[in-house]
Design a protein around this ligand. Structure first.
Ligand code: AMP
Ligand code: ZN
Length: 115
């Protein structure tokens, strides 16, 4: 855990969040500034800056992160209607929090391409 990292502190329970799902590897919570009726962030409990920083040894965690997206989509009832899954990475990717996170957006028709 990086003690100066917002999402590490959220995963540790030091900063409150609305839990959607959690296990040994990943934690999911509601985005406080939702861009869709359902906006959930899924993070690895391990501190990794971004998708640009993952290593081969992170492969199992990455698989679990994606599997948790499917599980959450079913749990929250949008697996059938559809959803958007996004990793913003780095400055041009629009990443504002330096702990890798997968956005799950659902509950309305989403536009493509994004801005
Ligand atoms: P990104 O811009 O891809 O780095 O996404 C960061 C996301 O984190 C944004 O959608 C923010 O609304 C969200 N966010 C920031 N602080 C919090 C927080 N304390 N709890 C929940 N979501 C947050
Ligand atoms: Zn972190």
């Amino acid at each position: 855990m990086a003690s100066n990292c917002l999402f590490c502190r959220i995963a540790a329970g030091d900063i409150p969040s609305t839990t959607v799902y959690g296990d040994d590897d990943v934690y999911a919570f509601r985005d406080t500034n939702p861009a869709a009726p359902q906006h959930i962030l899924i993070i690895p409990r391990k501190h990794i800056q971004s998708l640009a920083d993952v290593e081969v040894e992170d492969a199992a965690m990455l698989g679990r992160l994606l599997l948790s997206a499917r599980r959450i989509a079913e749990q929250e009832g949008f697996a059938q209607t559809g959803f958007r899954s996004v990793f913003n990475t780095g400055v041009d990717g629009g990443q504002t929090v330096g702990h890798m996170h997968l956005h799950l957006l659902a509950g309305r028709a989403l536009h493509w391409p994004p801005g």
